[in-house]
Write a protein that binds this ligand. Structure first.
Ligand SMILES: CC(C)(COP(=O)(O)OP(=O)(O)OC[C@H]1O[C@@H](n2cnc3c(N)ncnc32)[C@H](O)[C@@H]1OP(=O)(O)O)[C@@H](O)C(=O)NCCC(=O)NCCS
Length: 249
């Protein structure tokens, strides 16, 4: 953990070259929130003011402020000097002024936890979910997962469905966030493994979108009560089609 960060940001051991993943509690004390607020841009402060519930506003401030504090030592500049832009699908990245650092990141939050992934020269996506009972897991899987994933979930005993559903969900979200398309990527165009105790894998992807071979995926538990996944691939392995699409970002 960086010495400059006086906050319980837990670094997680993820086996991949140059990939750092941090879990941060969004419920920070007032002095920490004040420090993090001081890093925010005018636009971020304006966004923070739009939250109706103070708890949501505070978590937004901590989430954005911590992103800046985790990026700052990697860029060698103060947290408040960092500039972001979004791609055509809303994926935030560092503005071109920071291009020399070749640093990519992705963020997810659920409940009171934020998850951050940082890497160089890789596309990366993370997703975290609070572990909870999913009452209508099979119905949701029929609607949102691929046919192979929905069938794999349907075959599981009832007491394993909720966790398997969340494992599949986090893996799918990590992938659509890594590729940068968000929900513009059809969720039935690719399959992931869904057994929470087995390695997370991208098993199939429609060739019109990408190829499986370049992608790595890990599933993990960043904190008690949370399940998460990270997907990533070296930028050099991006297909020419995707490079053309992302250059339009
Ligand atoms: C980005 C998205 C894919 C995930 O959002 P989410 O799961 O609700 O929220 P998360 O906390 O995991 O991620 C939000 C963060 O992702 C990042 N993000 C936004 N758009 C993104 C994109 N296209 N690609 C990658 N990351 C993106 C942002 O940093 C955002 O944080 P911010 O709002 O504080 O800026 C969003 O498009 C979405 O609406 N998802 C809906 C959930 C769903 O139906 N999933 C089905 C999966 S089976």
């Amino acid at each position: 953990m960086n010495e400059g960060i006086r906050h319980p940001a837990a670094r997680l051991a993820i086996e991949a070259d140059d990939l750092d993943v941090f879990a941060v509690s969004l419920d920070a004390p007032e002095d920490v929130r004040a420090r993090l607020w001081s890093h925010l841009s005018p636009e971020e402060r304006q966004n923070a003011e739009t939250f109706v519930f103070p708890e949501h506003q505070q978590r937004y401030v901590v989430g954005r402020g911590m992103l800046r504090e985790l990026l700052a030592p990697r860029l060698g500049i103060p947290p408040g000097a960092i500039e972001f832009i979004g791609n055509a699908y809303g994926k935030p990245r560092l503005a071109d002024v920071h291009r020399a650092a070749e640093l990519n990141f992705n963020v997810s939050h659920s409940g009171s936890l934020a998850l951050y992934a940082f890497c160089r020269d890789r596309d990366v996506g993370v997703d975290v979910e609070l572990m909870r009972e999913i009452e209508d897991a099979d119905d949701l899987a029929e609607r949102f997962f691929s046919p192979a994933e929905a069938a794999a979930l349907a075959a599981l005993p009832a007491d394993q469905k909720s966790l398997a559903f969340l494992a599949c969900w986090t893996r799918k979200e990590a992938f659509i966030k890594a590729i940068g398309l968000g929900l513009s990527c059809p969720l039935d165009a690719f399959d992931v493994s869904l057994d929470p105790e087995a390695p997370a894998r991208l098993l199939r992807i429609d060739p019109s979108i990408d190829s499986v071979s370049s992608w790595s995926m890990q599933g993990f538990r960043p904190r008690d009560g949370y399940i998460a996944a990270v997907a990533h691939r070296p930028r050099g392995l991006v297909s020419q089609d995707r490079l053309a699409a992302s250059s339009a970002d």
